[in-house]
Design a protein around this ligand. Structure first.
Ligand code: GLU
Length: 445
């Protein structure tokens, strides 16, 4: 059987790391099994869904390298949902109910007070044709409930193992509201059937939807797909991630300059038994992927841990992986430059800073002018290489008697204007003799 999965966000906000985790798990599963990964925009809520968010979702997925084989929008498929509603009505599995939210709340309270589970009592099923006609004549519009079969629903969850739900303990879910709009439950099932979804992989917050949805698949004459419910990401303070929170959106992580690969690795590996560690590429992430590695506890999303991973990833990144992006930043230092500076970067854009240090103009910081003067006089002729620094600094040491920090710090400050940074043996040949001599003399160069 070939595997088809989908990522089904609502375009009512930008994606955050938690959404991306769902997308990644689906995408990795499809990659690993040679299956298909689809994008479905759950935009039945016409008021809250926007085209801008729909575009944003696609941008974020593309940036992360999560390519989809096909895309569907629920707003294009209302006729399919209407057909499913007709079918359910015809087989007696969808019934009208007229209770107001206040009435339902009151009933719930009464049930709880009597120590009973607060399940919808199906009073609407007992309405006679006359009673219904009277309610409608009074202007009441029905919402429509799916009549569950009172039986055990069982599925082998890809993450949580065997799950049992006694459908008799559930309220018949509302599928269609009074105003004719759909709740998420039905459109999702109709789409999963039409798109041939074989595995529904989604967050744990949807576990409670699964038993009714399984019955819905069956009522519509389809075999239910397999289900997997992964643990959720929470903020460091334990709160759920929210779409309204811009700071943890994928967009803001991208704007901060983080690597797409770091964001993907982080979102895919926190809350698993794998360590959060750099990978050479998405392929490695895919081969390490296994539902069994997901932990059951919520995973904490810590932006600082992500930043640290991003830095580690850059430090190990080969030149070829960044050459184009360096060129786009007008950095022409090539492999030598990259290998000299990469371990000093938190984000790739930091490379610009060190490129300025190499090419100038840069105002040096002269901490010891006597030492710098002597050092300038001792600069050997070019060509320079990685051995130049050791030979030159030891000549300066012999000439001045300075050693350790007293020797290296004034030289670093004069040559780079900074008190820390890449190894000078790598930087010095890139800076070159002309600029080095000028900076040691206190000139901007
Ligand atoms: N639109 C739903 C959500 O974003 C999809 C849930 C599902 O995957 O079934 O939560």
């Amino acid at each position: 059987m070939s595997i088809t999965v989908r990522f089904a966000p609502s375009p009512t906000g930008r994606l955050h790391a938690g959404n991306i985790r769902t997308a990644l798990l689906n995408w990795m599963f499809a990659q690993k099994t040679d299956g298909r990964f689809l994008l479905r925009l759950d935009d039945t809520d016409r008021e809250r869904s926007t085209e801008e968010f729909a575009q944003g979702i696609q941008e974020d997925l593309a940036w992360l390298g999560l390519d989809w084989a096909d895309m569907a929008r629920q707003s294009d498929r209302f006729d399919r949902y209407a057909a499913a509603v007709q079918r359910l009505k015809k087989i007696g599995r969808l019934y009208p109910a007229y209770e107001t939210p206040e009435e339902l709340e009151l009933r719930r309270k009464r049930q709880l007070a009597r120590g009973k589970p607060p399940i919808y009592d199906r009073a609407a099923l007992n309405l006679t044709v006359e009673e219904r006609a009277r309610l409608e004549a009074e202007g009441h519009k029905p919402h429509w409930r799916f009549k569950l079969e009172s039986r055990d629903v069982v599925w082998e969850d890809l993450v949580r193992g065997r799950q049992h739900v006694d459908a008799a303990s559930l309220s018949d879910p509302v599928l269609v509201r009074e105003d004719g709009t759909y709740l998420y439950t039905l459109p999702s099932v109709v789409d999963d059937i039409d798109l041939g979804i074989t595995h529904v992989v989604r967050g744990e917050d949807h576990v409670a939807n699964t038993a009714p949805q399984i019955q819905l698949f069956e009522a519509l004459g389809a075999t239910p797909p397999a289900f997997g419910h992964h643990n959720l990401l929470v903020r460091a303070d334990g709160q759920a991630l929210s779409k309204r929170e811009r700071t943890l959106s994928i967009e803001s992580l991208r704007e901060e300059g983080l690597e797409a690969l770091a964001v993907a690795i982080y979102a895919a590996t926190i809350g698993t038994s794998d360590p959060v560690a750099p990978h050479a590429g998405m392929d490695e992430l895919v081969s390490a992927f296994d539902f069994e590695k997901l932990s059951r506890a919520p995973a904490r999303f810590d932006p600082d841990e992500l930043r640290l991973l991003n830095a580690k990833l850059l430090h190990a990144l080969p030149y070829d992986a960044v050459a184009d992006r360096l060129r786009a930043m007008d950095i022409k230092g090539g492999r030598e430059f990259w290998e000299a500076v990469r371990e000093n970067l938190n984000v790739l854009a930091d490379a610009k800073l060190w490129w300025r240090v190499v090419t100038g103009p840069l105002a040096p910081a002269i901490a010891d002018s006597a030492l710098c003067e002597k050092a300038a006089a001792l600069l050997p002729p070019e060509p320079w290489d990685e051995a130049t620094w050791a030979a030159w600094s030891s000549a300066v040491k012999d000439a001045t008697g300075a050693k350790g920090k007293a020797l290296f710090q004034p030289l670093r400050l004069a040559l780079t204007g900074e008190d820390h940074g890449p190894e000078l043996k790598a930087l010095l040949p890139l800076i070159g003799r002309t600029r080095a001599a000028a900076r040691l003399a206190g000139e901007t160069a």
